[in-house]
Design a protein around this ligand. Sequence first.
Ligand code: PGA
Length: 269
Amino acid sequence: MAKDKVSMELRPNPKSGRYRLISGNWKMNLNHLEAIQTVQKLFFLLKPQDYSYSEISIHPPFTDLRPIQLLIDSDKMRFTLGAQNCHFEPSGAFTGEISAPMLAKLNVSYVIVGHSERRAYFAESDEVVRAKVEAVFRSQMTPIICVGESYQERQDGLTSDRLHSQVDSAVSFLSPELASRCVVAYEPIWAIGKGAAADPKDAQEGASIIRSIFEELWGNSVSSKVRIQYGGSVNPSNAKEFMDLPDIDGLLVGGAALDPDAFARIIQA
Ligand code: PGA
């Protein structure tokens, strides 16, 4: 028993000193009953030592948050609850929206902000993303800020420019203390949901550009603490390659996170 307890302790990456974070972004999938089954199955598949390697956050749709929160609490599961989005205002006449304080009240710890699907389908601008980052921190949660270039931007050699403008706009107003707590997900848009992930070399390059932006803004004391995830067609066979990269501290997993077997194998990879 005591042995389990020790081995379940979350340990930082000995090379970087940063705590890893593997996140499952369910997008608009799984109703609350399916959600409960999925989390139970994942819990069943993971061994105590799997929790020592990386923190695991689960980002279900809003309607699943309360049941999953209760499940995690009652069964003392080592999962962190996350959300996929929030509004930037704390309350008000914004029909259909959910605020950051509402999420915080449900023990949500991480909120995905500026996912490329929200930028593309819901016209979320860099300014809106920035306001959401601020709102998430105001409610004592942590944003997972998604950035990434389109296929065309990559072809045109604009990857670095795109990452600079997105990251700069989302974080430049933060104090060094809050900046160092950010999680940034490098998600090249052309690799999301396509079944074909980025080359590890490209993922490392994107992550290192993102880290260098924090370095330019605040220096090494902040940039060495920021956690950077890779996202885009992560699966059990490519997860390890990404996790081994020096600037990658975790994964943002979409499709494969809906399948508890696949997600467990990603965590165990
Ligand atoms: P994917 O999605 O793993 O299905 O490519 C990743 C994401 O959109 O966060």
